[in-house]
Design a protein around this ligand. Sequence first.
Ligand code: SF4
Length: 434
Amino acid sequence: MRALYDVYKFFSLTQNDLFCNTSYPYHPYFFKEYVSKDDIMRNVEHLSFYFHIPFCKTLCKFCEYTRFLIENHNTEQQYLDLLEEQVVSYLSTHKIKKIYGLDIGGGTPSCLSEKGLQRLFSIKDLVTQDVFFVEDFDSSFEFNYETITDEKISLIAGNGISRISTGIQVYDNMMMKKHNRRMSKIEEMAKANETFRKEGIKKINLDIMYGFSKQTDKMLEQTLEVIKILNPDHVTVYEMRYNMNHLAHHSITRESLYHQYEYLYYGLLELNYQARFGQNTFSKYDDEGVSSYLRYRMKKGIPYKGFGISAQSMSCNGITYNSLKSNKSSTMPDIRKIKEEDIYSLPPEEVVAKYISIALYNGSFDCEVVDNILGCDSTKYYHQEFAFLLEQEYIELVNKVVFVTKKGFKYYGAIASLFWSSSHQNKYLRGGIR
Ligand code: SF4
C-alpha cells in the first residue's frame, strides 16, 4: 500500500483542473530526476512500432504534436535518412520476435512526395522482415485530404497498410480558419474515401474534436452530419488539451466538456457506432475503433518503439522521447544537430501512471497489467484509491478490469491523477510549475 495521503483532498484539487487529463507526466520537467543512459528496450522482443513524420502543409494553432512546415525535397530526404539510420541502428542491437502493431503518424505523413512515401515504406519493411505478427495485427497511416493523390493512395494500400486515419476536427469553416486549418469539401473527402476502399483499405477513421473555446452544439451537430455522410468505420473523439498550447480556455470547464462529449456520444450512437460511455474511440464493428498498435498499448501495456523526431518509446523499464519533443518552431531545425533521445528509467509507480493515462483513452485499464508492472496486487497497493473511487461510483471493477463509469467520466483526469506516482503528486501539491 502507498503512504497514506488524503485521497479525497487530492481528488478535489485535480477534479476541475483542465490540465489533468490523459497527458502524463503533468509536465515533462517532472521526469527530470529519472534521466538515464540505460537502454529501456533491452530484452523487449514483443512490441509495436511507430514512425513519426513531422511535416504539415499548414500548422493548426491547436496542435500539440511536434510538426514543421514541409519545406522542400531536401528536408524530406534528410528526414528519411535520419529515420533509416534510427531503424538500422535499433535493429542491429535488438532482437524482435513478434509485432503487435505499426502506425505511421505525424504531422501528416501524406505530405511526403510519392518518392518519399515509397522510401518510407521500404524503411518500414526493415522492421517487419522475419518476424511474427499478432493475429489481429494491423497497420495504420495518417493522412489529410489536402495532400492525398490517387498515386499516394495506391502506394499506401499496396504497402501493407490496412487502416487509414484523418481528422475533420470541427466541421465549421470559421472556427477552423481561426485555427489556421483548411477544411476539405465533403465531395473531395468522399471521393478519396471511395478510392481508398477500391484499393483495399479495410478501415477508415475520422478524428473529431470538442472543447474549443466558442464551440457550439450547432458545430457538433454539423460535424456529426459530415460523419453521417462519410460513414467512416471508426470515429475518434478527442478532447482539446490545453497543456501544450497557449489558446484561451477560460470559458471551458469540466461540465462544458462533459456536455460536449455526451452530445457527441449519443449522436454517434444514433449513427450506429458503438462505444462505452467514456471511450474516445467509436466503431461500427465489434472492435475498439483503434489500430492494433493503440489497442495493445491501451489494453495490454505492450511496449512500443518510436522512430523519428519526438517519437516516444516505452517499456516496463521506462520511457524515451526522441529529440525535439515539444518543439514549437514552425520549421525543422538543422537535422544534423539532432541528438538521439532523452531516456528516463522509471520506477514502477511512474510506469503504472503512464500506462493508466494511456489506457484511459479507452475509459478503462487492466489491473493485471498494473500487477505485472508493480510485482504485486494493484488493488491492495492502491487500496485507498480504489476504495474512494468505488465508493463514489466513479469506477467499476469487473474481472480485474477497471471501467470508468458515466458519473466518473466527468473527472477522468482526476481519476488518472490518483494513480500518479507519489513523487508526481507531491510535485503537483507544491504547485507553481506552469
Ligand atoms: S494537420 Fe494535424 S499534425 Fe499538422 S498541425 Fe494540424 S493538427 Fe497538427
